[in-house]
Design a protein around this ligand. Structure first.
Ligand code: ZN
Length: 273
């Protein structure tokens, strides 16, 4: 498969999954409260467009470029150990997912990174568009971080493309305003992150925000003691977002979201931190 074709396939799959989840949300939403789509989607989708545009401008930063360089130079732990084929692919997928869990913990734990990541958490409602709402600096840092891991591992380009595609789709799914049948949710959670599990991470309660950091596999949270099966409130009543960013104008305009890491909320509006 040629690279442009693979990239086009990844993009069109993401669009198709976005539309399918959006239709599911419209038909059977998990929650009906919160600001309507028309107030949140322009900024959330605008951020996604900025992120995609920036990554197109800086292709050398992308994990795919790192994988191609590693493959061309025989670089990385997996080739050095002689691990190839399906075993290398599986190890790469699991290791990169674990690396992202660690990155997510750092985004919450370290104040300068939290300033960027709060843009994602300040969304006052959760739906499929929240899965695209990330500050461009967080996206660039994450691309560099993932590229570093790809170089260390010596991950192959095809597996990296697959991981990036899975990551996008998992982000859309886990933020979606949908509910799975309880038994299905329970079974799926043994291995994967579900929307109900990730919604707890978007609670305004700090102890709930600092749980369920996983993107795709649920195993990391179980392994490191950050798994939370239930929120204190019912799923339909979890207060979503960040209490410090209640102002609609500050929290729903594209330029305001781009500036959010350097601005003070609420009555301090307009003042730089
Ligand atoms: Zn988070």
């Amino acid at each position: 498969m040629s690279e442009p074709f693979a990239v086009a396939l990844r993009f069109s799959t993401a669009v198709a999954v976005f539309l399918a989840l959006a239709a599911w949300e419209a038909r059977r939403p998990r929650r009906r409260d919160g600001p309507p789509r028309r107030r949140r989607w322009p900024a959330n989708l605008g951020l996604a467009a900025v992120d995609i545009g920036l990554l197109r401008l800086l292709p050398w930063l992308a994990p795919l470029a790192a994988a191609e360089w590693a493959a061309a130079h025989g670089w990385g732990v997996l080739p050095w150990l002689g691990v190839g084929g399906p075993a290398a692919a599986l190890l790469t997928l699991v290791a990169l997912d674990g690396a992202l869990w660690l990155q997510h913990r750092a985004l919450h734990a370290w104040a300068p990174l939290w300033r960027l990541h709060q843009v994602h958490h300040a969304d006052p409602a959760l739906d499929v568009s929240s899965g695209l709402r990330f500050h461009p600096l967080e996206i660039l840092l994450s691309a560099a971080y993932k590229s570093g891991w790809v170089l260390v591992l010596g991950a192959g380009p095809a597996v990296v493309l697959l991981f990036e595609a899975l990551l996008n789709l998992a982000s859309l799914f886990t933020h979606a305003n949908v509910v799975l049948p309880p038994r299905c949710d329970r079974r799926l959670r043994r291995l994967l992150v579900t929307p109900d599990m990730h919604r707890i991470h978007h609670s305004q309660r700090p102890d709930e925000t600092d749980s369920n950091f996983g993107f795709f596999l649920s195993v990391w949270d179980r392994l490191f003691g950050t798994y939370r099966a239930r929120a204190r409130r019912l799923q339909s009543r979890i207060a979503i977002g960040l209490a410090r960013w209640p102002d609609q104008r500050q929290n729903s305009a594209l330029l305001a979201l781009l500036a959010m890491p350097w601005r003070a909320p609420g009555r301090d509006r307009g003042r730089l931190l």
